[in-house]
Structures are given as structure tokens and as C-alpha cells.
Design a protein around this ligand. Structure first.
Ligand SMILES: Nc1nc2c(ncn2[C@@H]2O[C@@H]3COP(=O)(O)O[C@H]4[C@@H](O)[C@H](n5cnc6c(=O)[nH]c(N)nc65)O[C@@H]4COP(=O)(O)O[C@H]3[C@H]2O)c(=O)[nH]1
Length: 725
């Protein structure tokens, strides 16, 4: 029994605790309601005392109520009965109830005392936990993370559904260590078992990758992590682990790696030939220089450029041009060692790096080998193509200490090789740089020379070698350079050709020559043929014919009075195109002369296929008449062949009476040369023409030039020329 004196204290305790305390009769009528109950349920004591407890029940009496009452009748105390009650606000509250029976003095059950504790927070926490667990399960399923446990005491393996699916097991299959081991790739099993041993025996975490082989032979790559679970005495009792199927990820990574490698390759190699590009070449030159500076070895750089590649590309199309470049690149690779680098600079340019050269002269051997390899016939589609190349060579350390200088100097040497055109390769010499600067200077000047009217034409008479009459004039360009004085074509035409400036310059020459011829006719001079040199570059340029006809129409000169002098190189480079352009020209009446005959490499035999009017015998052959009489057979042969093709023969550069006599004897039709007159200004030419030409006697030795000053002019020009070259 409770000491009555304690009642106030007990009441104070019950009134002050946070838990809800209520007393009710056996019939369920509330007889006591503490402040904690007011807070929990929202009802005040006055509202609840005398009311039935079922007011708090969500939907009538809970099923367990009667059972609880029975247990209370037996004097049992109900602990932690969890249920849901409804507060005044209608909110459902999770509560944990402790219900104690209340007996009368006579021991009859008269009611119950209930202590309710708000369980909402704990429930929420539990709910959150179960959500986490669910999410984790979902995440492991989505991420295809398989989870497993190995209970060491029972040797029981537990796998989740992802694990089973990963290994191809059915949910009903019994998983044993042996089943698992049978799935592991035989090469990886020892490693896996060692890892498990380390976990079990040494409590060391394991992780890594291994392969499993499915029943159909498919291989999966599995990433694993495993760890020991310890008991209170730090003994390993369980091993838990996760498996992730990373097969696809590894495949994607491999594909990504491959595409990155491909991108790197493309960034460093020429797409057409697969050769290293400029970037890699620069690196390799840098490495070679570094090595060379330590070992004292020389490094050689060969700059190759194809001759006339553009024409092959234009006439046969880019696909054929590309195949030719590929064929050339293979040949070049065959010429060098694996330690050498062949790189393509774009277009038809290649650079070959020989990182270790004992003697610079050895490079000449390599260069000759490359020239031969390039020159051999290339089979491209149905075509048998031939192409030549020029090579410029620079040597480290003599010609430069860095990649840029070495490349620039090899390039300069290559241009010199093109100009000299004999061996096909040239070693760089410092003087070449001066020439390159000079070329640059002239090219820049030439760009303005047309506008500033710095070009002039001189005219050299062509003479009928039987009568001495002037039959024509050859227009020859000169450049009145503002600081250098009079420049001859040899000084600037090659630069104009290389830069393309020859196209406007050539058009100017033609227009000027036609205007001059018209002007002479206007002054009453007998009509003559006006010969104009046409550079191969211009001849092959787009719109050449249209431009030429436009000028002829514009100036009104009779087409039959115009003679185009073309060189043999055209025939070698693009025989079909050349023949077709020449035919069109010829049909309109324009005359065509083949210049510099015999200086190129063409076979004379195909000349009969071309629509020619005249052959010009180069002055080097004419010179042989007086300088090497034993070799004059070739002049006779050219004349005889020309005659047989019904072509007019014009000898160039006649300087002596002896040469003239010889040519006359061979029935050469026409000639020009200092013996008669050098190229002269238009007024001088008009005066010459006015006199009716030259008196030619049967005895050539007595032939006289009508212009006393001719010898003088020729001498002065020769002097100028020597001074300039
Ligand atoms: N030693 C010697 N030389 C003689 C004699 N008679 C004439 N010559 C020179 O020989 C060259 C003949 O011209 P080419 O063979 O057409 O050779 C020309 C031609 O290929 C080219 N050329 C000249 N003018 C033009 C032009 O307007 N356009 C183009 N594309 N080329 C031109 O420049 C070359 C050189 O022209 P030039 O310096 O004017 O030199 C001219 C002329 O002055 C002689 O008896 N002895």
C-alpha cells in the first residue's frame, strides 16, 4: 500500500512527466488525465475525464483490446504495446503503451493505468531506415551491385538477386563456394582465393577485378570488394562483399581509349599517307638535335618537292593525285631506315629526317636513292605515271641549330635544286639564303612593276637567211628596276613563274607586242610576224586561251601575224592538254613555234603529232657550229627532221658569219642573233625594218649588218648582263 503522505509527491511526479498518464475504469471511462496526456492528445483533463477511452481509438476498439483486458484481469501488466491513437486534431499518433491493472482493496479489477509514450520519432527513424535500406537495395540493383555474405561458422553463402543474375544462377539454386569457384575464370581463380584468404586469415580488405565465364562461354569482368566482419573478440566471423559487372564499362572505356588514341594519331599524322605530320617531325628533329649535340653526330634534313604534281592532279583528278602521293610516300619509306622519319608537309612536299649521319655526303646517296624511287613508274588506276622530284638538304649543326632553321634552309636548297635542275638535289649553302632574300626582294618589286610601268619590251629581228629580209620580231621583256637598273628575263622570269606573277606579266607582254605591231603597220612598215614567249605556267593556267583571244581581239592584230613560242617542257608535262590547246590556237590562225628545241628531254619523234609552224634551234646548238664543229651533226639532224615535217626552221643566237654560212648551207629558213641585231627598242627596230633588212651575200662572210651600231648594242648588252648576273 502507498503511504498517504506520499500522494502529493506522487501526484506531482505524475503531473510533471512528459509521458501521457491516464486512468480508466474497467468499462473504459477515463478517471484521470495528466498534463502529459493533454500535450500528447490535445484534449484537456476536463474534456476527457468521464469520457470513454474509445474517443482516442481510430476506428472503434482495436482488435487486441479484449485480449488486453483479459490479461489485465489476470493481473498482468502490458508493456510496450504499440498502437495508433487519434489526437484531438485528428492526427494519428504512434504510441507505445504500458498498461497496468488497477485493483480495488478487495482485489477486484476496477480499471487500468496507462502510460503512453509518443513513438512518432522512433517510428519516423525506423521508417527512414527502412527507406534507406530499400533505396540501397534499389541502388545496388540499378547499379547492378551484387551483395554477398559468407558465414564462416556455417560456411553458408548468401547472395542477393543481383549476384545470382550476374552469375547466371536461379533464385532457387543453392550457392556454394564450389559453385562460385567454378564460374571464376581459371586464370583468375588463384588470385581471388588468395584475396579471400587474406580477408579471413589476416582481416585485410580485398578489391580488384576478375573474370567469370558464363555457361554459354561469355566472359564478364567483375569488380569486387570484400571485407571481414568481426565479433566482439575481434575474430573474423563473416565475410561480406560486393561484385559489380564492369564488362560494359570496360568495353566503353576501351572504345573511348581507342578513339582518343585515334584522335591523337590523327592530330599527329597526315590523313592521306599516315606519315607523321609537321608536329611530330618537329619533335623528332628536336630529339635528333639533342642527341646529335651529345654524340657529335650530324643530322640531315631532306626537303622533297615533286615537279609538276599540280598538273597530274588537275588533269587526272584529285583521287588519282592522292594515290600518287600515297605511292610516293611508300617509296620514300622503303628508301630509309626505321629510325629515320618520313613526313608529309601537305601537298606534294615531304621532309625526310635522317637523325644519324656519319658524313654529310652520305645524305647525297640517300637523296639519289629517293629521286630514283620517286622517278620509277607509278601505277595509279589505269595510268602509268611518271614524276620527278627535287631535294634540298640541310645539315645540323652546319646549316642550323633548330628545326625551323633546318627546314627553312632545306626548303631554300630545294628551290635551288629546282632552278639548277641538273642533279635533282642540292646541299644548302649560306649563299642560297642571299639568293632567297634576293628572290623575295624581286618578287615584291615585281608585284608593283606592272602598275608602275617598269616593264619594257625589246624586239629582236628574225631574218630570212636566203634574202636577208626581216620576217618577224621576237618580243623580249626587260625590267627597268627602280634601283637595280635594267634587268633581263633570266633575273626575274623564274621568280615570276614560281609566284604566278607570270600570268599578268605574260598578258601584258602579249598586249604590248600586239599594240607595237599594229603601230608599225600604222606607220607603213611591211607586216611582220610578232613572236611572243609564253611561259608553261601561263600556258597551263585556267582561261589562258580566252585571255589570249581577248587580247588579240582587243588590239585587232591579225592572228596570222602572231607567233606563240612555247617550250618543250610543256610537252613533257602535259602532252595531251598541250596538243589540244595548240590545235585550238592553230585553228584560229595563230602561228606556233617550238622554242629551245633539243634542250629538254622530249623525243623529237612525236613532234609530227603537234600542230606546229616552226622549230627554233636553241643557240647552244648554233654555238656548236663554231665551238665544236665535230658535234654539229645534231644541228643538221634537227634541220633535216624539221624539213621532213614541213616546219620552218629558225636558228637562234647566230653570232658569227661561220654559223650563218653553215645554217644557210643546211637550208635553215630563218635566224636571229647578235650577228644581225640584238633585241632593240621599238624605234631602233622600226629603223632596221625601214632599211629593208640585211644584205645577205652568197658568201656569208661578206654579209653586212645595216645597222653599224648593232655590234655596239650587243656588246653593251653583254656587258650589262655580265654585271647583273
Ligand atoms: N648570247 C646570245 N644571246 C642572244 C643572241 N641573240 C639573241 N639572244 C638572246 O637569246 C634569248 C632568246 O630568247 P629565248 O630563247 O626565247 O629565251 C628567252 C625567253 O625564254 C625568256 N623570255 C624573254 N622574254 C619573255 C617573255 O616576255 N615571256 C616569257 N615567258 N619569257 C620570256 O627569257 C629568255 C632570255 O631572254 P633574253 O635574255 O632576252 O635573251 C634572248 C636574246 O636576247 C645571240 O646572238 N647571242
Amino acid at each position: 500500500m502507498i503511504d498517504q503522505s506520499m500522494v502529493p509527491y506522487l501526484t506531482a511526479i505524475v503531473e510533471s512527466i512528459e509521458d501521457a498518464v491516464l486512468a480508466k475504469t474497467f468499462a473504459g471511462i477515463i478517471t484521470y488525465w495528466n498534463p502529459g496526456a493533454e500535450v500528447l492528445y490535445g484534449y484537456s483533463a476536463s474534456e476527457m475525464v468521464g469520457r470513454h477511452i474509445s474517443l482516442l481509438f481510430p476506428a472503434g476498439l482495436p482488435r487486441e483490446f479484449n485480449a488486453i483486458m483479459r490479461r489485465l484481469e489476470h493481473g498482468e501488466r502490458i508493456k510496450h504495446f504499440e498502437t495508433v491513437l487519434v489526437a484531438k486534431s485528428g492526427k494519428r499518433i504512434d504510441v507505445s503503451l504500458t498498461i497496468s491493472p488497477l485493483f480495488s482493496r478487495r482485489g477486484e479489477l476496477i480499471g487500468a493505468l496507462t502510460i503512453a509514450r509518443d513513438n512518432s520519432d522512433r517510428r519516423r527513424a525506423e521508417h527512414q531506415l527502412s527507406l534507406h535500406v530499400e533505396r540501397l537495395a534499389l541502388a545496388t540493383a540499378v547499379a547492378r551491385i551484387g551483395v554477398w555474405e559468407w558465414e564462416l561458422s556455417t560456411d553458408q553463402l548468401t547472395w542477393d538477386a543481383t549476384m545470382l543474375a550476374m552469375y547466371g544462377f536461379e533464385p532457387t539454386d543453392r550457392i556454394t563456394y564450389e559453385n562460385w569457384a567454378a564460374c571464376v575464370h581459371s586464370e583468375d581463380l588463384p588470385g581471388r582465393e588468395a584475396s579471400l584468404r587474406r580477408v579471413v586469415e589476416q582481416n585485410l580488405d580485398g578489391s580488384g577485378e576478375f573474370r567469370i565465364v558464363s555457361a554459354d562461354g561469355g566472359v564478364k569482368i567483375i569488380s569486387f570488394t570484400e571485407r571481414a566482419v568481426l565479433d566482439g573478440a575481434a575474430n573474423v566471423v563473416r565475410v561480406v562483399g560486393v561484385n559489380v559487372d564492369v564488362t560494359e564499362r570496360r568495353a566503353v572505356e576501351a572504345a573511348l581509349r581507342k578513339s582518343q588514341e585515334q584522335m591523337k594519331y590523327l592530330a599527329e599524322h597526315d590523313f592521306l599517307t599516315g606519315l607523321p605530320n609537321q608536329r611530330i617531325l618537329n619533335d623528332r628533329i628536336g630529339q635528333a638535335i639533342e642527341l646529335g649535340s651529345r654524340t657529335g653526330r650530324t643530322v640531315a634534313l631532306l626537303f622533297l618537292d615533286m615537279d609538276g604534281f599540280k598538273h597530274i592532279n588537275d588533269s587526272l583528278g584529285h583521287p588519282a593525285g592522292d594515290k600518287l602521293i600515297q605511292s610516293i610516300s611508300k617509296r620514300l619509306l622503303d628508301c630509309v631506315r626505321s629510325s629515320d622519319t618520313v613526313s608529309r608537309q601537305g601537298g606534294d612536299e615531304f621532309i625526310v629526317l635522317l637523325p644519324e649521319v656519319n658524313h654529310p655526303e652520305d645524305t647525297a646517296i640517300a637523296a639519289r636513292r629517293m629521286l630514283e624511287a620517286v622517278a620509277a613508274v607509278h601505277s595509279v588506276d589505269e595510268h602509268e605515271l611518271q614524276i620527278t622530284a627535287c631535294i634540298g638538304i640541310s645539315i645540323y649543326p652546319d646549316d642550323g641549330l633548330d628545326a625551323e632553321t633546318l627546314i627553312k634552309n632545306a626548303d631554300t636548297a630545294m628551290y635551288n635544286a629546282k632552278d639548277n635542275g641538273t642533279r635533282g638535289y642540292e646541299f644548302f649553302q649560306p649563299a642560297m639564303n642571299l639568293r632567297a632574300v634576293e628572290r623575295q626582294f624581286l618578287e615584291e618589286g615585281m608585284r608593283q612593276a606592272l602598275e608602275r610601268a617598269e616593264f619594257v619590251l625589246h624586239y629582236q629581228p628574225k631574218i630570212d637567211l636566203r634574202t636577208g629580209a626581216i620576217t618577224g620580231a621576237e618580243a623580249l621583256i626587260r625590267w627597268m628596276h627602280p634601283t637595280r637598273g635594267l634587268l633581263y628575263p633570266g633575273n626575274f622570269i623564274p621568280i615570276a613563274e614560281a609566284s604566278g606573277l607570270i600570268i599578268p606579266i605574260g598578258a601584258w607582254v602579249l598586249r604590248q607586242a600586239c599594240i607595237q605591231a599594229q603601230s608599225w603597220i600604222g606607220k607603213g612598215l611591211p607586216p611582220i610576224t610578232m613572236a611572243v614567249n609564253v611561259s608553261p605556267v601561263r600556258f597551263e593556267s585556267e582561261g589562258f586561251l580566252e585571255g589570249l583571244f581577248a587580247i588579240l581581239n582587243e588590239t585587232g592584230l591579225d592572228k596570222k601575224s602572231v607567233e606563240i613560242e612555247v617550250t618543250e617542257t610543256l610537252l613533257i608535262r602535259r602532252p595531251e592538254l598541250t596538243a589540244s590547246i595548240l590545235r585550238t590556237l592553230r585553228e584560229t590562225g595563230v602561228r606556233i613555234a617550238m622554242d629551245d628545241l633539243g634542250t629538254g628531254y622530249s623525243s623529237l619523234s612525236y613532234l609530227h603529232n603537234l600542230p606546229l609552224d616552226a622549230l627554233k634551234i636553241d643557240q647552244s646548238f648554233v654555238r656548236q657550229i663554231s665551238m665544236a664543229p665535230n658535234q654539229i651533226g645534231i644541228v643538221s639532224a634537227i634541220i633535216l627532221m624539221g624539213k621532213s615535217l614541213n616546219l620552218k626552221l629558225i636558228a637562234e643566237g647566230i653570232e658569227t658569219a661561220e654559223e650563218l654560212k653553215f645554217l644557210q648551207d643546211l637550208n635553215c629558213d630563218e635566224g636571229q642573233g647578235y650577228y644581225f641585231s640584238p633585241p632593240v627598242l621599238p624605234e631602233q627596230f622600226a629603223r632596221l625594218h625601214n632599211t629593208g633588212g640585211f644584205r645577205i651575200f652568197g658568201d656569208a662572210a661578206r654579209t653586212r649588218s645595216p645597222l653599224n651600231s648593232c655590234d655596239q648594242i650587243a656588246r653593251e648588252q653583254e656587258r650589262d648582263r655580265r654585271r647583273l648576273s
